[in-house]
Design a protein around this ligand. Structure first.
Ligand code: IVH
Length: 677
């Protein structure tokens, strides 16, 4: 475990304690010691950290009490066969030890080993009945796990229905790993960096945070993948593990082509050596290899210890680490004012790339490492793409010790004294309206590809126009003429004309992207889309109460609080008004009526869905002349029912005899005609 993980975990426990205390002071003692704003800020930090550490899930965490959008409201279901883990080994001697124990356990009988890659994601159990996926459950504590079926259904590489006649058993379970490919992981972190959200340390954390999301639209968007490696059931086809997986491949499961059946210890070591380098070219993360005795009857004879099978073992590759010199620590100010320390090091080769910089995250981490300029530091990339300094080679400090790294106390950009809120790890520049770096950051976010997509305008041009005093915020963009731009950062007239055209065109950007472009804290692309589809116009969004915001799918306390805060700031209101005056699109298109198939029908939407979001279903109902109502009554025509519908609603529907319709039936009913949503 890296130093950063440890401190994140400690921070989670600390924040829970602090928040419980303030909660008590507020609700029980009526004697708060901190402002609501401060409370919300701490809560937001905790929720973010918890999303990185699902293993620290606690139903009693303060984040669960308020039911944030990051809460884990999944039903717990027992596994039919317990989900055990594997014994880990880290060297050849231990692998040989495993091999000898198997030899001995089988009394000298010949055996084969199935060698596989150890995928570094989130273990999953998939249950199929009559060729259909019926349940997907996380490992949990091994005995029972979270029912994440609705989310898993959005993962394209997991078959929902198996091909007829392929020979699959009536009922079986297949286990494997849910993964976020490197490429997706990098995209996700880039987007999070723009929003100044804490980055996911590795694809495993990102996959696990994603799979536990309450909004299956988020899951669908993140492009998760899977590899399956273990078939279980009463009537599985073959007597060998390898053969079973080969069959599963024919039924449509993604089984790794790297799987290999070998005999003898030498062949096992050859497999380990081959993949030590080769695994770096794979699209997904691996952290070792898994060795399994191939014959199922031999597996049964070897049996299990309390925790793991005696017939399988994992070998973990050593984390890649390099030693280099710390040259300087610089500080980056983001658009929200958060100041991040960055270690600049002598370039060093690590896991296939040259590393020059590492994030130092915050002040506490610098202190914990006791960093001095000139120190030789260990840099690690243990499955993580962001290099981390994990320690200092104290023994290599000789002669005069360099200057101790001391976190700055003034903004490197505007000189304002920095602040650190009680209980928070991050340090902020509070000068949000006067700090150039923050202003430029907000403008860059506004023009970025996923926002207004004014890509011809580069950050250097933004910089220069800001310096020249003609750009104070993004609303000023709409007043720029060709003459303002030409000459700026070497911009020729042709390019200037193109930029002006691109800015003009951006007035018609979809309202959901405009909401994203505003740069409201915690409001990413998905939340922006939900907010835009739900409220339809900027006026309704601006006036929304917390209760109204909480009704939006995927919006919890944290996002709702951030939206309220954004629109309570007069400067933001002024900014939005100027955008509106400049002609920027501030509304969703009216949903056109497509048919009258649902005319006169009152429809309740309940549960979570795979094909569309709740708001999209609401729009579909209206587009077909129906009415979406919130509570079930005798007048309800039917319930559009997704996964995980609440028990009280189910009971009420049963009592009143209201019919449940699943999303496929509903889409068939409206004849597949969907207006542009
Ligand atoms: S087999 C009883 N095979 O590593 C055998 N596990 O601690 C159960 N893993 O929880 C697991 N790649 O999440 C198996 N090829 C592979 C694997 C694999 C990754 C994970 C799995 C398990 C953990 C072992």
């Amino acid at each position: 475990m890296s130093l950063f993980d440890q401190s994140e975990q400690e921070r989670i426990l600390e924040l829970r304690k602090v928040l419980h205390r303030h909660n008590h002071l507020y609700y029980v003692e009526s004697a708060p010691e901190i402002s609501d704003r401060e409370f919300d800020r701490l809560l937001a930090e905790l929720a973010e950290l918890e999303s990185h550490h699902p293993e620290l899930y606690d139903a009693n965490s303060p984040t669960q009490r308020v039911g944030s959008d990051l809460s884990h409201k999944f039903e717990q279901v027992p596994h039919r066969y317990p989900m055990l883990s594997l014994g880990n080994t880290y060297n050849r001697a231990d692998v040989e030890g495993f091999y000898r124990r198997v030899e001995e356990g089988l009394g000298g009988e010949p055996f084969e080993i199935c060698c596989e890659l150890k995928y570094d994601g989130l273990g999953i159990s998939l249950v199929y009945e009559k060729g259909r996926l019926v349940r997907a459950v996380t490992r949990g504590d091994g005995v029972s796990g979270d029912d994440v079926t609705a989310n898993v259904r959005t993962i394209k590489s997991i078959p929902l229905v198996l091909p007829e006649g392929a020979g699959w058993p009536e009922s079986f379970e297949i286990r494997g790993e849910i993964l976020m490919p490197w490429e997706r992981f990098e995209q996700l972190n880039k987007a999070r960096e723009l929003r100044e959200l804490p980055l996911f340390a590795n694809p495993r954390n990102a996959a696990s945070g994603t799979l536990k999301s309450q909004n299956s639209a988020v899951v669908a968007e993140r492009g998760l993948d899977a590899r399956l490696y273990y078939l279980l059931g009463e009537d599985i086809p073959a007597v060998s593990h390898y053969d079973n997986l080969e069959m599963a491949r024919r039924w449509g499961f993604k089984v790794s082509p790297a799987m290999q059946r070998v005999s003898g210890l030498e062949a096992v070591f050859a497999y380990i050596d081959h993949w030590q380098e080769e695994r770096k070219n794979l699209p997904v993360a691996t952290d070792g290899i898994v060795l399994k005795v191939d014959s199922l009857s031999q597996q049964r004879r070897l049996g299990f210890t309390a925790k793991s099978p005696r017939w399988a073992i994992a070998y973990k590759y050593p984390a890649e680490r390099a030693l280099t010199r710390l040259v300087e620590v610089t500080y980056h100010v983001g658009r929200t004012g958060a100041v991040t320390p960055v270690a600049n090091m002598e370039p060093v080769q690590l896991a296939g790339t040259v590393v020059r910089r590492a994030s130092l995250h915050n002040q506490d981490i610098i202190e914990k490492l006791d960093l001095h300029i000139g120190d030789m530091v260990y840099v690690e990339k243990a499955g993580e793409i962001i290099p981390q300094i994990v320690g200092v080679a104290i023994e290599q400090r000789s002669g005069a010790l360099g200057l101790k790294v001391k976190f700055i106390d003034h903004c490197p950009d505007c000189g304002a004294p920095l602040v650190r809120y009680e209980g928070e790890a991050a340090t902020y520049c509070p000068n949000s309206t006067g700090c150039p770096q923050q202003i430029k950051g907000r403008i860059e976010h506004f023009i970025s590809r996923d926002a207004m997509n004014i890509s011809s305008l580069g950050p250097e041009t933004v910089d220069e126009m800001f310096e020249r005093g003609i750009l104070h915020d993004a609303a000023d963009l709409y007043r720029l003429g060709v003459q303002d731009l030409s000459g700026a950062y070497g911009t020729r007239e042709r390019l200037a004309q193109n930029i002006v055209k691109a800015i003009a065109r951006s007035r018609d950007t979809g309202f959901d992207r405009v909401v994203f472009a505003l740069g409201i804290r915690f409001v990413g692309k998905v939340a922006a889309k939900s907010l835009a589809t739900h409220f339809k116009t900027i006026d309704r969004l601006r006036c929304a109460t917390k209760e109204e915001l909480l009704c939006v799918e995927g919006v919890g306390e944290i996002i709702a609080g951030a939206v309220i805060e954004y629109f309570s700031n007069p400067r933001n209101l002024d900014f939005v008004t100027r955008l509106e005056a400049a002609g920027v699109n501030m509304a969703m298109p009216e949903t056109q009526t497509v048919s009258q198939r649902l005319s006169g029908q009152s429809i309740v939407i309940s549960g979570t869905f795979t094909h569309h979001s709740r708001d999209e279903y609401k729009a579909l109902i209206e587009a077909h002349g129906g009415k979406n109502v919130s509570s079930i009554s005798a007048k309800t025509s039917f319930i559009l029912a997704g996964e995980n519908m609440g028990p009280s609603k189910l009971e009420k529907a049963g009592r009143l005899g209201v019919r449940l319709m699943n999303e496929d039936e509903f889409l068939a009913l409206i004849g597949g005609e969907t207006p542009s949503l």
